[in-house]
Design a protein around this ligand. Structure first.
Ligand code: SF4
Length: 470
């Protein structure tokens, strides 16, 4: 077959023409597949002893390592928030947290890291820039004294930025500490929408920060945007897009706001009647997609737009894009070591999640244990399905030949029972089925979550817990 090669290679997405009835048909709840099986399947039967075994095995792997450090604190509560965070202005919270991170890093580095270069580092939260300059410096020194931090220009060291907590001088410090990528939480630039979500930040400040980031030669700038927020409509979103496009970030994540107040209590502060309805959200999604594509961005899938020269676009074109708990990633480091409360690690065939409760996280570390609360060891079947789902989500297709070599099984025999559902999707223009595999179409990029869901064998039991796909 011509369209699928050993590594599935895709042309960039250049247009957006999709029948609204198809979008409505596929608007359902489903995972974002930052892992498979998803975190909802993690079990408390997985213990720190299980995790230690995987760390010891991974320690002998010469491949690079990725570190994720979770900083849970925020100064203010954003009403749309669904993250694991602690909203506080109490003095001393960071000191206690840094002291416990030091214990965790000490325990982890005894088992893994001595021989593995850290090519990827991500600080997420919460608000990583809740830490002041001295605290951020201390944390980087702590990591550098226990792991092999990469100082080459190929490293990908990123940090999430709440624009309300930084100024150009702080960005200069972050650059000096080795970060070369910034991810700004923008959400929406309209003052009324910002007020309704309790996240008021001036666009002039964002403009100043982006200018400073470019002057300090950060190699990548990302923006997070959300559609479906209270008081948002096509007109307000259009203005936000004007602001965003004029700043030309390298990457834009455009997330759908999932109103789930029973699961995320902060969202109870949002008036239900101020939320746009499904038709308005669909119009906003179409508007944003059309405008970003017209502005030269490529839609790589799962809410992410990137400039054509960005590494993620290049990785997808070459067929080796990956996905992990931080979203899309290049294939630099296969294992992710999560550090901090609620952080998730992906080491070998296991996932391990630290306790989400700060007191419990501290208690376990004070007892000298790794603070793992739950996790999962992927079965052989999980590994097969994880491969297919990640290929679809990242590289927009599955090659039956590569599948056969990897798993010693025939792709279409293995998934014969899924064929009717896939054929229905083919009829709706989302994908192309051929003997040599599956290719996702341009329209199908908008429905990647739905296409991946066909291969998810756990979906039915967890459906209600996921956000809507569109
Ligand atoms: S959205 Fe981010 S900054 Fe806002 S409360 Fe949640 S974690 Fe904190």
């Amino acid at each position: 077959m011509e369209s699928l090669t050993q590594a599935t290679v895709q042309p960039p997405c250049t247009g957006f023409e999709i029948d609204p009835s198809i979008i409505t048909k596929y608007s359902t709840q489903g995972p974002r597949y930052t892992s498979y099986p998803t975190a909802l399947l993690f079990s408390e039967q997985f213990t720190s002893a299980n995790y230690e075994q995987y760390l010891d095995i991974a320690n002998t792997d010469p491949a690079p390592l990725s570190l994720y450090v979770h900083i849970p604190f925020c100064r203010w509560l954003c009403y749309y928030c669904g993250c694991n965070k602690v909203v506080t202005k109490k003095a001393g919270v960071v000191r206690e947290y840094l002291d416990h991170l030091a214990i965790e890093i000490g325990l982890l580095s005894k088992r893994i890291g001595a021989n593995r270069q850290v090519t990827q580092l991500h600080f997420g939260g919460g608000t990583p820039t809740y830490l002041d300059d001295a605290e951020l410096t201390e944390l980087i020194h702590l990591l550098a004294s226990h792991f092999q931090l990469d100082d080459s220009q190929h490293r990908e060291y990123s940090i999430e930025i709440d624009p309300r907590t930084v100024n150009p001088d702080r960005l200069a410090l972050l650059r000096g500490l080795g970060f070369n990528r910034l991810s700004f939480g923008i959400q929406d630039t309209n003052p009324q929408v910002q007020k309704a979500i309790n996240r008021v930040q001036r666009t002039e400040q964002v403009i100043e920060l982006v200018g400073a980031a470019r002057a300090y030669r950060f190699s990548s700038i990302s923006f997070d945007l959300i559609y479906g927020l209270p008081l948002q409509n096509c007109e307000t979103l259009n203005r936000t897009l004007d602001d965003v496009i004029s700043l030309r970030p390298d990457r834009i994540a455009l997330y759908h706001y999932a109103h789930m107040p029973a699961r995320f209590p902060a969202q109870k502060a949002i008036e239900r009647h101020s939320l746009p309805n499904s038709a308005e959200k669909l119009a906003m999604l179409s508007l944003a997609t059309e405008r970003l594509l017209a502005a030269g961005y490529t839609y790589i899938g799962m809410d992410h737009f990137v400039l054509p020269g960005d590494e993620l676009a290049r990785s997808q074109k070459e067929g080796h894009l990956q996905r992990n708990f931080q979203g899309y990633s290049t294939a630099l480091a296969p294992d992710v070591l999560g550090i901090g409360v609620s952080a998730i690690s992906a080491i070998g065939d296991c996932y391990a999640q630290n306790s989400k409760d700060l007191a419990d996280y501290y208690w376990r570390l004070d007892a000298g244990q790794l603070p793992v609360d739950k996790g999962l060891i992927k079965s052989a079947e999980d590994q097969i399905r994880a491969y297919v789902i990640m290929e679809l989500a990242c590289n927009l297709g599955v090659c039956a030949d590569v599948f056969a070599t990897k798993f010693n099984a025939l792709f279409w025999e293995k998934f014969a029972e899924l064929r009717p559902k896939l054929e229905e999707m083919q009829g709706d223009g989302l994908l192309v089925i051929e003997p040599a595999g599956i290719t996702v179409t341009e329209a199908g990029r908008m429905m990647l979550r739905n296409i991946c869901m066909v291969f998810d064998q756990y979906l039915n039991s967890k459906m209600q817990s996921y956000s809507k796909t569109l």
